[in-house]
Design a protein. Structure first.
Length: 58
């Protein structure tokens, strides 16, 4: 599984959760977009860090 496929699944799940939060009035659409982008960026950095830790230097 690559980051690209994981990112797509996360994006779908986060958009669904954002829709629920928007529906309940906790977030606006702009806040949801910013939150989802931020979470995906943090996930990208975490994925990179985990990937780099697992690599062996030769």
């Amino acid at each position: 599984m690559t980051w690209d496929s994981i990112q797509q699944v996360l994006r779908i799940v986060l958009n669904a959760a954002g829709g629920v939060l928007i529906g309940k009035g906790y977030l606006t659409e702009e806040m949801s977009t910013t939150l989802i982008g931020g979470l995906l960026s943090i996930g990208s950095v975490a994925w990179w860090a985990i990937w780099q830790r697992g690599r062996t230097t030769t």
